[in-house]
Design a protein around this ligand. Sequence first.
Ligand code: CMP
Length: 134
Amino acid sequence: MQTTLSIIKPDAVQKGYTEDICTRIKESGLKIISKRQVLLSSEQAEGFYDEHKGKPFFEALINFMTSGPVQVQILEGLDAISKYRSLMGNTNPKKAKPGTLRHDFAEAIDANAVHGSDSLESAAREIAYFFPEH
Ligand code: CMP
């Protein structure tokens, strides 16, 4: 069993896709064991995406992630980290396969509907970042 952090990003929340995405997550066999809606401050978004600091898209990423509410979630299940990354699809929605969340709910790499942890180490860090009580 693993846990992973999922974020439903401002574009998907604003377009009303939150429930549809939650349904897809549950249908994939993953359980949403905690969820919370938050409006991120710049400091929170910068801390979360610290590894991308200095990259050309960093400022746009922070502006986007603070542009509206997000839903942060802890997902639990067998191989949850890789299972959720498969469900999300390619970071670039234009390269994502039909049936993946990014193909079906997003159009552009900078507003790609969802985030999921990419390793055991990042899952632990990211879950603690938003759910310190977990
Ligand atoms: P995410 O999985 O949340 O991690 C970092 C985010 O930066 C990524 O999804 C994309 O939404 C965003 N991003 C914007 N431009 C790029 C890019 N050129 N390469 C990778 N990620 C990008």
